[in-house]
Ligand binder design. Sequence first.
Ligand code: GLA
Length: 669
Amino acid sequence: MTPRRPWPLNVDGIAYGGDYNPEQWPLEVQTEDVRLMREAGVGLVSVAIFSWAQLEPREGDFDFAWLDAVLDRLHAAGIGVALATATASPPPWLTRKHPEILPRLADGTVLHQGSRQSYAVASPLFRDYALGMTRRMAERYRDHPALALWHVDNELGCHVPHDCSDAAAEAFRRWLRHRYGTPAALNTAWGTAFWSQHYDSFDEVLPPLSAPTFVNPTQQLDFARFSSDELLTHYRALRDVLRELTPHVPTTTNLMMSTGTKWMDYFSWADDLDVVANDHYLIAGDPEAHIELAFSADLSRGVAGGDPWMLMEHSTSAVNWQPRNRAKGPGEMLRNSLAHVARGADAVMFFQWRQSAAGAEKYHSAMLPHAGEDSDVWRGTLELGRRLRSLSPVRGSRVVADVALVFDYPSWWASESEGHPTQALSYPDEVMRWYRALWRRGVTVDIVSPRTVPSGHRVVIVPTLYAVDDGCAARIAEAAHGGASVLVTFFSGIVDENDHVRLGGYPGAFRELLGVRTEEFHPLLQDETLTLDDGTSATLWSERTRLEGARAVRTWAEGPLEGLPAVTRNPAGRGSAWYVGTRPDADGVARIVDALLAEADVAPAVPGLADGVEAVRRRADDGTSFLFLINHTSHDVEVPATGRELIRGEEVRSHLTVPALETAVLRER
Ligand code: GLA
């Protein structure tokens, strides 16, 4: 159970810190920064993410002196550095000299300098400049004792996931040649017999540019795959330079795993990251943002293959990029931080160390706010540092989960395509509907890719897994045959990896496993709700389903499908296969989840907890377990427990009180 992944060098315990942008401040402030970082117990900071223009103000004219001094100062204070390649934003001289490296949208709009990330990731010219800068950084700092981790670029694809520049078109054609070999194979995969789209050569192919109406869906799906791959290719190219010059230093980049970031297939990036790092921001308008946080953390752990991972960025309080930016409430930052640790993070870092006085992010919170040290945010920063030190023993332990939820980026892309039975389908909404019910039951969930469904989970939830190849379908069936209770929801298994419908009845890939066959979809209209025979209701979707071996668990109580099955169960080997052919309301989902958990004998981490109290367990190699209890409610809760509470340093003999809005971490053995 020892983690497979390397960790930032010389950083003890749970890593604590944030993005550090000293170039925005005069020297006396930078000196104060280091003093305050020490006071807060900061041990790792990300430096030089957006420093290219300061490090190379004119082409070929480098100024590293200021960065040398920053790294020396940090090292003297015992603070490690996640050093960036400084390539996340090209300097103005570069985009002025070579406007051809600018990215372009599908409608032809060019994205200019003056913001950030103004580069076409597929541009060979940009790549050369970025490789050159990366090499400079690695040559300069390869032996610097502060160097703990390499941070490549920053949030690759955040602003421009789909570049449609000429360079991208060229690279897309190369990618297609590699995937298909011949135009004939591409024509078959893309179904170009439709609408006169036949290609005679790869040279005729373009990215999916703005067009009169629906663009070929397989072209769109392949472009999404290509774009994710191309960002990864850029990462790899820079990473390879770093590996060549500093093979002993781990390399990563910060991913954005949440329900809000759609376009990077992070499961396919995982093997290239020495350590998986995630950035997560709460959505202020979501009253259950802490559940979305839990999902993001579980997804990060899933991408990391269960290993500890780094929370590379989150916010101490408000962000500045949502329509209305709410400050965090009492204790919320501490609960957020420890919820990530509960779910496998061994690093808690923020954007950013000191709140900017100028620039587009000046109203984004930071560890040290505009108000300075006499502020609740700074007191929170100090308190978090203290807590993380007390949680050092947790480092390296792994989260225990009996339930897996299958999550798939390509299915997200393809299921929300145009020209579908409903435009109201949101893949993350469907996923979160099931995730939320499990969170409320206190059951910890591993988020897994259909390409690597691990064995051993007692329940496997498969929400709207629209596009599946035969291998994925087989892996999910194997989970059921091996003893799991597998639940598949509507619009799953409908198409293959080329977005071609699996013929003969829906849900094609899972028909046999589920023992059902659907002839026709009956999507519901906006605001249409239909009742099921258990009194719960459903929206969005229904379908004319025939039983072919399965038994009906719920039927429609009204509407055109009255009496027909809506939820079914089929025995499958040593397990079972459930089908939910609609979108049940929250009560309906909860009842189905309860039935599954009961059937599979899955218990919550702590049975009988009050609503809104989160409990997650991490286990160390030596069998020690750490129980995280996060009380999101406004009343104190009593939890039966024995062990040692690490944050307050108290022995617990029978009961532990977790105060309202507070967190406790119990070492159980
Ligand atoms: C992202 C970026 C940071 C910063 C934050 C603000 O995570 O990586 O540079 O812009 O967003 O929330």
